[in-house]
Design a protein around this ligand. Sequence first.
Ligand code: SAM
Length: 345
Amino acid sequence: NTEPEKADLQRIITLMDGFRSSKALFTASKMGVFDLLQKSPGLDASQVAAEIKASVKGTRCLLEACVSLGLVTTCEKSHQKPVYKNSTLAAQFLGSDSPFSLHGYIMHTDNAVWPLFSHLENAVREGTNQHEQAFGKKAQDLFQDSYYNSQALKLRFMSAMHSIAKVTGKAVATAFDLSAYKTACDLGGCTGAIAYELTKANPQMSVIVFDLAPVVEMRETFQPQHMDMDRVSFMAGDFFKDDLPKADLYVLARILHDWSDEKVDILLEKIADTCNPGCGILLSEIFLNEDRSAPSRGLLQALSMSPGRQRSAQEYCLLLERHGFTVKDMKYTDNLLDAMLCLKI
Ligand code: SAM
């Protein structure tokens, strides 16, 4: 038996410890450590503990773990206690007001995804979502039966979607030349984050955000300041049941992976029936490799066992072609989501 390579050993350890890293990040976010250090850099462990109302021992362990993960930096003034501040990474992504804050998504992952993953063995054995085991209630439709059950849950989910959409929205909105499209409809457009990016990148375009009524109700909470608001409007409806607004371009960002092929067929058929030849679909999802070997982010998401499926670009093409759409262009964006532009023949 030859000794293992150092790099291999390190890789396995990183995987084994992955859950500890995630939970340390979630906990520090939830307890407001990054917001505190953003506002008051240079606090020592007991000052942080007092502010976040936690034990000094626990806070010191959490801060030291965050230093080891590159989330917090420390400096030790001679003979004094070490003091802490956010790393560049934390300043960019982890404060609630950071420019690319992922705080909302982190809270959603901790509260809504972590409990599902603690039932992963069952999920794999049964091939089903473990919502009932994790939360004590069945959820036929995750949005209408779970995320939108209370105002607090709804806001948490919307903040999660908003934070990812803010990080990825520009890459999606500028992936292709959309100057030919005057009207767009963002189906399941949630807080409007992608719609605002589309109008910013396309001065000729107005966008209707179409989403369920409980979501549209909250639109003002997420409205950006200093934006030309006239070109983004909201419409409440169910995209499986209600008529869709007429538009030149339909946006489907992080929608299709939530649904089975049968449901996707219903939605694409509705779009095809509503739009004219030459109209477009801007699809944005994680596109799996054709051999389904990467990226892990998509494959790990699939372990939640929602009724949907993570698909490759080719699988999306085949679904779209069934409804008369042909792929005009495709882009792996190097951001969290990839993009595809399709045209109705
Ligand atoms: N497109 C947004 C983005 O990329 O940030 C949000 C994606 S989120 C995963 C799915 C969205 O679809 C939610 O805003 C949800 O409310 C909406 N949705 C789910 N079922 C729907 C339905 N039947 N009709 C309309 N919208 C729906």
